[in-house]
Design a protein around this ligand. Structure first.
Ligand code: SF4
Length: 366
């Protein structure tokens, strides 16, 4: 088994990332085989349970209210709608449902109670449940854990240094705080980032330093390639080359051997050969379904055909790390709604390209 190391430096990670490709692939595939079944891939479905109208200014995101994009917003879905979609995903081979809401942070109240009910409902379907709801407090994390949440997603997005070139409405330390709040429960952590936002290779390594110096490592690390969306500040970014994706996946695999590395956004731009190399390099999870929150993604059928070609098999739920969590019903909960008003950071800086996109959005809307 590979050694689990929590003190990776940027230099060490860069040296791995920049290895000759064949060496990098060989090393990553070896670590992968030592720690995982290389033919098993975990398949998740991502449901946007509340879309658009977000007060944040993430430069890559079409759901930020301030940018003018074509996405259609919707209010919080009902528990029944979510259940129906989860059942459909399960019949298509998905073992995990990840529910995303375009919130800055969770607020105690009716909407959060409804999300807790969604968690209970999906857990009872014997599927892993993940949520990505923005920043959460320790008490909210405990309430989610009690409802049966398996994983909480909260991406670091990029390096600490580059973060302020992407988002100005919150700080890196807010992200870390939420991850620490989740770690106070038995919920597993899903945290990764996006490449192709104009960052340097050093920033990619910096993000992997942040992730790999968590102890324990996040159980899941999504690697996304930016999907540039018209109307967002990053609409003109070049599409990431497959070789960069392969290098990023392989490096994540080597520095975090036991983690599930998720091939996430950007797969529609990748050939099946490219994706196969990512699986060889250590990716062992994908998101299935024709939409990833708001951006396009390959169809489940297409993915299942690719799996057949490559001899890959979708994994069953709860085979990794944590067994199925128990669900406590709302009336038996030992945690109360605290109605907290936490003081998350609002950094005092602006990002020129985000401001430009906001102004452009306004002008188009008028
Ligand atoms: S990424 Fe999340 S927090 Fe950022 S603007 Fe989009 S929905 Fe809001």
């Amino acid at each position: 088994m590979s050694t689990i190391k929590h003190n990776w430096t940027r230099e060490e990670i860069l040296a791995i990332y920049n290895k000759p490709l064949m060496e990098l692939l060989y090393e990553a595939a070896t670590v992968h085989r030592e720690n995982h079944d290389p033919n098993l891939v975990q398949v998740s479905t991502l449901l946007s349970i509340k879309t658009g109208g977000c007060p944040e200014d993430c430069g890559y995101c079409p759901q930020a209210a301030r940018y003018h994009t074509d996405i259609e917003g919707n209010d919080l879905m009902s528990v029944q709608q979510v259940k129906a979609q989860a059942l459909q995903a399960k019949s298509g081979g998905c073992s995990r449902v990840c529910m995303g809401a375009s919130w800055r942070n969770v607020k105690d109240g009716e909407d959060f109670d409804q999300v807790l009910e969604m968690v209970r409902t999906i857990n009872k379907l014997d599927m892993e449940v993940c949520c990505t709801l923005g920043m959460i407090t320790e008490n909210q994390a405990k309430r989610l854990a009690e409802a049966g949440l398996y994983a909480y997603n909260h991406n670091l997005d990029t390096s600490e240094e580059y973060y302020k070139e992407v988002i100005s409405t919150r700080g890196y330390e807010d992200r870390i705080q939420t991850i620490e709040n989740v770690r106070k429960t038995n919920i597993t952590v899903c945290s990764g980032g996006i490449i192709g936002m104009g960052e340097a290779v050093e920033d990619r390594a910096g993000m992997l330093v942040s992730l790999s110096t968590f102890n324990p490592h996040p159980e899941s690390v999504p690697i996304n390639a930016l999907v540039p969306v018209e109307g967002t500040p990053m609409e003109e970014q070049q599409v990431v080359e497959i070789w960069e994706m392969i290098r990023m996946v392989a490096t994540a695999r080597i520095v975090m051997p036991e983690t599930q590395v998720r091939l996430s956004a950007g797969r529609t731009e990748m050939s099946q050969e490219g994706q196969a190399m990512c699986f060889f390099a250590g990716a062992n999870s994908i998101f299935a379904g024709n939409k990833l929150l708001t951006t396009p993604n390959p169809d489940v059928d297409e993915d299942m055909k690719m799996f057949e070609t490559l001899g890959l098999v979708p994994s069953k739920p709860f085979i990794n790390i944590m067994k199925k969590p128990e669900t406590v019903e709302a009336e038996d909960s030992q945690y109360k709604d605290l109605g907290e008003k936490p003081r998350w950071t609002r950094p005092e800086h602006t990002i020129e390209r985000n401001e430009e996109a906001k102004a452009k959005g306004k002008a188009t809307a008028e």
